[in-house]
Design a protein around this ligand. Structure first.
Ligand code: UDP
Length: 234
């Protein structure tokens, strides 16, 4: 597959066209941002960790019946994916309170939620990705009712699969963000699944093993990303 012109450059990834119009190549970068781009930095070899981790998790999810854009790992930082049109909705699943939910609702970080929470945000950097609900999705025509039903079903399924997967590797899945795309008219899981997009805490010590190390200046950022990859590759 030939890498052609760059289609898009985001905060953490670049997307290239290929000679097959149904395939893109995603290149994972080391750039890190937080707080809607206010905090900027790099995390050495993060791109490698996120590429390899996403590839592995997408493969597992496919096997469990969740369709994804993942096709093939091409190199340390590159994967071949299906060319999707990303729906402008971020889907957040929460098993335990943390981050913006803790702040907004005054619930202590790490408190177990009696029911898994699903949130939608409108993917719009200028607006700071505001939280929305199903009604906003339909009112703004961001997705159809059928698509929203499928997105919810897949998001909860991803949670069930990943919760078990991470726990077997000594990690608690606190929360995570998913993005979906349309491919040949069907909703499929896209974007990435990595320590940038998941909160992962050590099962025994509750040590934060994710991007919060960068967001909150907790130190050992590079080492922790490598450790997460090491744990899941076992
Ligand atoms: N998240 C993400 N991208 C975003 C916002 C959130 O990947 O633009 C992830 C984040 O890493 C966490 C979960 O979604 O695992 C919930 O994030 P939260 O709403 O608590 O936001 P934050 O605390 O990052 O502002």
């Amino acid at each position: 597959m030939e890498k052609l012109t760059m289609l898009y450059e985001g905060k953490a990834k670049k997307v290239f066209k290929t000679n097959d119009e149904k395939r893109y190549i995603v290149v994972y970068k080391d750039d890190a941002t937080a707080f809607n781009g206010v905090k900027k930095g790099t995390i050495k070899d993060k791109g490698i960790v996120n590429n390899k981790m996403s590839a592995l998790l997408f493969k597992i999810l496919e096997e469990k019946g969740v369709p994804t854009h993942f096709e093939e790992l091409l190199s340390d930082r590159e994967m071949l994916v299906k060319a999707v049109e990303i729906l402008p909705i971020e889907v957040i699943i929460r098993n335990m309170a943390a981050g913006s939910l803790s702040k907004r609702l005054g619930i202590e970080e790490g408190k177990e939620l009696k029911e898994t929470v699903l949130e939608f945000c409108y993917k719009n950097d200028e607006l700071g990705d505001p939280m929305i609900n199903d009604y906003h999705v339909y009112a703004m025509e961001l997705a159809t009712k059928e698509q929203v039903e499928i997105i919810k079903e897949y998001a909860f399924k991803v949670n069930e699969v990943l919760k078990v997967f991470f726990l077997e590797r000594g990690l608690k899945l606190i929360d995570f963000k998913l993005e979906f795309g349309l491919y040949e008219g069907q909703v499929i899981l896209a974007d990435e699944i990595s320590p940038d997009t998941c909160r992962l805490w050590d099962k025994e010590t509750n040590k934060k093993m994710d991007k919060d190390r960068f967001r909150r200046d907790l130190g050992d950022v590079e080492e922790i990303y490598q450790e997460v990859l090491g744990r899941i590759h076992q």
